[in-house]
Design a protein around this ligand. Structure first.
Ligand SMILES: [Ca+2]
Length: 294
């Protein structure tokens, strides 16, 4: 009996050890599955529950612009008729310059630069003839001088956090890092000038991703959701939510293997809004319809 008990105890200990090792080895997959199956659906239902203080808009497609479906979009910004695009993934990250033909609705490739294979490219922003491009975990903030004919790589800055999205209010850079915090950063050394926490109905919204400064507000993709939040930079409060579920559906109809909504670009010249996602075959020019009820 004693021998049998010992054997049973041994098997139990062995099983627990195997489970613990398995959980450790696959912790990334487990947390991703949890995020996908529990956290994101919870957040999506939060966004569709309209609150009195928050306006909910639906993005309506006005025009579809063909987009390279190999671009894993992490940064998107207009500079006049130039559309800058930064892409991610190790070994595939790029800085891409395209001329946007407003009337034809086409993108003409002008310049493309591959990042080093150990860089995972992230958000980008253009300010005062300088382009800044983040990397995810490497801490490098690439800078390109845009005053010449071709972008000229100059000395990088250091980011003390993960790099996700980037935009500018015209004085500072504004960066996301996957948390609910947005940091205003110096253009000279990327040091933190100010930090705001983004909250929706009092609840912190994390996984803020690609960003765009539009008319004094910060627009942010929320990673893995089909929603964009519009943030008041003075308070961090979400003042509007943009429901982009129909865009995701349309892009998925063209290619079921697309990744998430990510990429907001504001054409300040014509006051038009463009949205896309990772590996999406389209960039969508959209207008916003206010939803009266959830
Ligand atoms: Ca942007």
């Amino acid at each position: 009996m004693r021998a049998r008990s010992r054997r049973r105890l041994g098997i139990t200990v062995l099983l627990i050890a195997i489970l613990a090792i398995g959980a450790y080895l696959f912790r990334g997959h487990i947390s991703y599955l949890w995020l996908q199956s529990v956290t994101v659906p919870r957040m999506n239902s939060l966004f569709v529950t309209q609150a009195d203080s928050v306006d909910v808009f639906e993005a309506r497609v006005v025009q579809k612009i063909a987009h390279n479906p190999k671009y894993f979009v992490q940064g998107l910004q207009f500079d006049g008729d130039i559309l800058w695009e930064g892409t991610g993934l190790y070994g595939e990250s790029k800085l891409i310059k395209q001329r946007f033909n407003w009337t034809a609705g086409t993108l003409e490739p002008l310049y493309e630069k591959a990042l080093s294979s150990d860089d995972f490219g992230e958000g980008l922003a253009v300010l005062n003839d300088m382009l800044y491009q983040l990397t995810w975990k490497a801490g490098r903030v690439y800078r390109y001088d845009l005053s010449g004919k071709e972008p000229l790589l100059v000395e990088s800055l250091r980011n003390d956090r993960e790099g996700w999205g980037l935009t500018t209010n015209g004085q500072s850079l504004i960066a996301s890092d996957g948390s609910a915090f947005l940091t205003f950063r110096s253009i000279t050394d990327f040091s933190v000038e100010q930090t705001i926490e983004v909250r929706f109905q009092g609840k912190a919204i994390d996984r803020l991703n690609e960003l765009e400064w539009i008319d004094g507000k910060i627009w942010a993709n929320v990673w893995m959701t089909p929603f964009i939040v519009v943030v008041d930079p003075a308070t961090g409060n979400v003042t509007s939510v943009i429901d982009c579920r129909n865009l995701v559906e349309d892009a998925r109809a063209s290619n079921p293997d697309i990744d998430v909504l990510n990429g907001i670009a504001w054409d300040a010249t014509n006051r038009e809004l463009y949205l896309t996602g990772k590996l999406w075959p389209w960039i969508y020019k959209v207008t916003l319809d206010k939803k009266t009820s959830p």
